[in-house]
Ligand binder design. Structure first.
Ligand code: HSE
Length: 311
């Protein structure tokens, strides 16, 4: 049997919701799992670069038992008391790697859901989320990748994931700026302080509360206040050329609700109102990237509300 799963990209944090908020976006990886007929046929992993990814990045991904998709699949087999059979895994990488867009969460979720289907669906949603998070460590990517939409999530001490999905207003759109350099999450986390000032914690608490209410009330003016942060962006912005400038300049455009670092960066996410804002925002962004001398892909993306699907 052969199972293919299509899984969306994700943008995590979204300003104040560090390690908590995430949104699934309309860019997809595909993971195909095929049980080989003879168990001793071993493991074959094929990486394929899709339209948004360069083959040079894809070629750096391990294709042996160190591959994260294989590790995720193995963990699921172990969960049901089995070891994986001979497997062929095809990974179509269309979500740019190491760009703060949840590419690893996406393939982990794809591998786990495909393996669960191959095994006859022994694991329920809660178990699948916990297993995926055990490998990935970022529920703010894993949960929207699996379930779609805007989600806040928390990995609890027992490994379970508590989450809720909140409807995202259809008129609030996204532009992604994806620079042509990579930034490993481990490096982006290494610049964060171990302790933060209580006034910064309180600043983010207020913004998170505003964010959730802005979604419920579909209130763009409240969202403009909410899309700010003092826990991670201020430290990471020195790794992300032009971020502070983009945030400051785009604030003056009436359609822009906010500009935030996507996940651990280096991509930047602009949230804006109505389609009419796109060209003006794009030309502002293009001018800034050109001035700082970095090539970037600037693209419109939609929210994905379905999450991972078996195709
Ligand atoms: N919330 C995580 C971070 C996302 O910002 O480090 C990593 O993908």
């Amino acid at each position: 049997m052969k199972i293919t799963v299509k899984v969306p990209a994700t943008t995590a944090n979204i300003g104040p919701g560090f390690d908590c908020f995430g949104i699934a976006l309309s860019m997809y990886n595909k993971v195909t799992l095929e049980e080989l007929v003879y168990p001793d046929e071993g493991l074959e992993i094929n990486m394929l670069a899709g339209e948004n990814e360069k083959s040079s990045s894809v070629n750096t991904i391990p294709t042996d038992t160190n591959n994260i998709v294989y590790k995720a699949v193995e963990l699921l087999y172990n969960y049901v008391g089995q070891t994986p059979p001979g497997l062929k895994i095809n990974i179509e990488a269309n979500i740019p790697i190491a760009k703060g867009l949840g590419s690893s969460a996406s393939v982990i979720v794809g591998g786990i859901l495909a393996a669960n289907r191959l095994l006859g669906n022994p694991a329920d949603e809660a178990a699948l989320l916990s297993i995926a998070n055990e490998i990935e460590g970022h529920p703010d990517n894993i949960t929207p990748a699996m379930l779609g939409g805007f989600i806040f999530s928390s990995a609890e001490e027992d490994g379970s994931i508590v989450y809720r999905k909140i409807e995202w207003p259809g008129e609030w759109k996204f532009i992604l700026c994806i620079p042509d350099y990579e930034l490993a999450t481990s490096i982006s986390r290494s610049v964060l302080p171990e302790k933060i000032d209580i006034s910064d914690a309180v600043f983010n608490l207020k913004r998170s509360a505003m964010f959730v209410e802005a979604l419920h009330a579909k209130d763009p003016e409240l969202m403009k206040y909410a899309l700010d942060d003092r826990i991670h962006q201020v430290y990471r912005s020195r790794l992300i050329s032009g971020f502070s400038r983009m945030k400051g300049e785009l604030k003056n455009l009436p359609d822009v609700l906010g500009t935030v670092i996507s996940g651990a960066g280096p991509s930047v996410l602009v949230i804006y109102r109505e389609d009419s804002g796109f060209e003006e925002i794009k030309s502002n962004l293009t001018a800034i990237w050109q001035e700082i001398g970095i090539k970037a892909l600037i693209k419109n993306v939609d929210i994905d509300t379905k999450g991972a699907v078996i195709i």
